[in-house]
Each structure stands twice: as C-alpha cells, then as structure tokens.
Design a protein around this ligand. Structure first.
Ligand SMILES: [Zn+2]
Length: 54
C-alpha cells in the first residue's frame, strides 16, 4: 500500500491571510496587510495629508 503525498496541496495551505481583504499571500506587510491593501492605505494617507496642507 502506497502513501500518496500531495505536495502541491500542502504548499497551497502555507501562507498568510491578509487582515484587510482576506486573501492568502506569500508575504504580509504592515498591519498584516498584503501588498495591494497596503498600497491602498498609503494612497488614502497621501490624500489626507494633502487635504490638511491646503
Ligand atoms: Zn489584502
């Protein structure tokens, strides 16, 4: 009897869950955000900073 190891499926389960969008990504950044969500946060911050300066 052979034991079949499904390596691909095990690798899929590895990763980190983004706290913003819930996607599983290889790497998380600040506040457990993925790269996409973090860039969205930065865009919002830039808008706020600009509105304060004006
Ligand atoms: Zn995300």
């Amino acid at each position: 009897m052979q034991v079949i190891v499904k390596e691909n499926e095990e690798k899929k389960s590895l990763g980190h869950v983004c706290q913003s969008c819930g996607n599983t990504v290889d790497k998380l950044y600040q506040n457990d955000f993925c790269k996409i969500c973090l860039s969205m946060v930065f865009k919002r911050l830039i808008k706020v900073i600009d509105s304060v300066r004006k």
